[in-house]
Design a protein around this ligand. Structure first.
Ligand code: HAM
Length: 421
């Protein structure tokens, strides 16, 4: 019986995995430069946490969550995103300091039961960060600049930043009623989901992907015209600062994001190199969520990037090239005694940090040399019966093809030295 991976999931291995590692390393270094420290939260949480934070009328909660009952009948959900769990943990573990700022980053798999297509998976990986405890618009700027810096460190081009303000508790209700009235007057073409959303959470209609709804959405009054003075100033300050920092952006009045917790500024970064699923990173401010989850009144802002999508852009643009995977030393061994002699040397070399592989399967010298090539070894050490008798090993420089006889006793120290050069 042969098994296949589940629809919407992906196995990641060499050479693509090296690209993932390169991306992860770049992101983590950057996040640490910006003062974020890592948090790892569980992959599943109580269902209620996501209902409460992401919102009952969102696509994610309505139809995309992997929810199941455990053996005690508890309703649990595989996390569809990282923010809810991070905020839950920060409150529960007292990581939030009143008057202070808590900066946390995370990485790992998220789960959404979406229709799989290029760039859209049911298990996908995010790297994200949350800056909790400040309502300064500089923290929004910091997050957007961090994202832009990340893509520039990867050497990627053709990315565009879209921003919008979704208002606050002061101004959103008035926009909501304007929107509701407009939708009531134009309800005929709306899909069944939007007919329902219209009454309960009309802002969600803006996020609908159905074509007939999209046609109505383009005529919807823009939220920007209904922002209160404070949200207007905030949005203005952010746009001016981005301009001053030379960060190109597009103010997109229809950008509302697919999660309910946002307040004020939201953003998405899209790549020209991808198809329909072109958002590589997204985020925004959420000033009510911490209190909503039982924590102190604290403003926050954050983002998450989709690793599969960034990897796809990297592959397409080949920016920075594929990271090279190569080994330092390959041992070609002929006979059991050679294997025995070499094994201790191999352990020693590996302990000192060298990448070492060996053939321990009694293959012909020809096939072992082929394996050394595949391993992209810098040096190949050949030990057979003759070498053992003489107490030496043949060391072949795989680039110059030069061969030298080296005493077995000196082999480890000489290889370490060659590697250091
Ligand atoms: P999101 O927009 O739902 O935001 O997801 C962020 C990114 O994850 C997307 O821009 C996309 O690159 C990737 N992504 C989402 N769904 C999929 C999928 N099915 N397959 C592949 N990639 C996907 C959030 O999750 C928020 N928690 C971000 C945030 C953090 N806001 C504030 N703090």
């Amino acid at each position: 019986m042969k098994y296949n991976s589940v629809r919407g999931t992906k196995d990641i291995y060499s050479p693509e995995i090296e690209l993932w590692q390169y991306l992860e390393k770049t992101a983590i270094e950057l996040l640490q430069n910006y003062g974020f420290s890592e948090i790892r939260t569980p992959i599943f949480e109580e269902l209620a946490l996501f209902n409460r934070t992401i919102g009952e009328d969102t696509d994610i909660v309505e139809k995309e969550m992997y929810t199941f009952n455990d053996k005690k009948g508890r309703s649990l959900t595989l996390r569809p995103e990282g923010t809810a769990g991070v905020v839950r943990a920060a409150i529960e573990k007292n990581l939030l300091v009143q008057g202070g700022l808590t900066k946390l980053y995370y990485q790992g798999p998220m789960f959404r039961y979406e229709r799989p297509q290029a760039g859209r998976y049911r298990q996908f990986y995010q790297i994200g960060a949350e800056s909790i405890g400040s309502d300064s618009y500089w923290r929004d700027i910091e997050i957007i600049v961090l994202c832009v810096e990340f893509f520039s460190r990867l050497g990627l081009a053709g990315l565009k930043v879209y921003i919008n303000s979704v208002g606050c508790a002061e101004c959103r209700p008035s926009y909501r009623s304007v929107l509701q009235n407009f939708l009531l007057e134009n309800s005929a073409p709306l899909c069944a989901d939007c007919q329902r959303r219209m009454a309960r959470n009309p802002l969600r209609v803006l996020d609908c992907k159905v074509e007939t709804c999209r046609q109505v959405i383009t005529r919807i009054p823009a939220i920007q015209d209904y922002l209160c003075q404070s949200c207007r100033d905030n949005f203005q300050n952010i746009q001016q600062t981005l301009q001053k920092e030379n960060i190109a952006f597009i103010a997109d009045k229809f950008l509302v994001r697919g999660l309910d917790y946002y307040t004020r500024v939201v953003f998405e970064i899209k790549s020209e190199s991808l198809g329909a699923q072109d958002a590589v990173a997204a985020g925004g401010r959420y000033d009510k969520l911490v209190k909503e989850l039982g924590g102190p009144e604290m403003s926050a802002v954050g983002f998450a990037l989709g690793v599969e999508r960034v990897v796809e852009v990297l592959k397409k643009q080949k920016a920075g090239g594929w990271p090279e995977t190569s080994g330092d030393v390959y041992f070609a061994l002929l006979g059991q005694q050679a294997q025995q002699e070499a094994f201790t040397l191999i352990r020693d070399l590996r302990q000192s940090g060298l990448k070492v592989e060996a053939c321990l399967e009694n293959k012909s010298l020809k096939s072992q040399m082929r394996q050394a090539d595949q391993y992209k070894a810098k040096f190949t050490v050949i030990i057979g019966e003759d070498e053992l008798k003489k107490g030496i090993a043949v060391v072949r420089d795989m680039l110059t093809k030069e061969q030298k006889e080296i005493k077995l006793n000196d082999l480890v120290s000489i290889l370490k030295e060659l590697k250091l050069k």
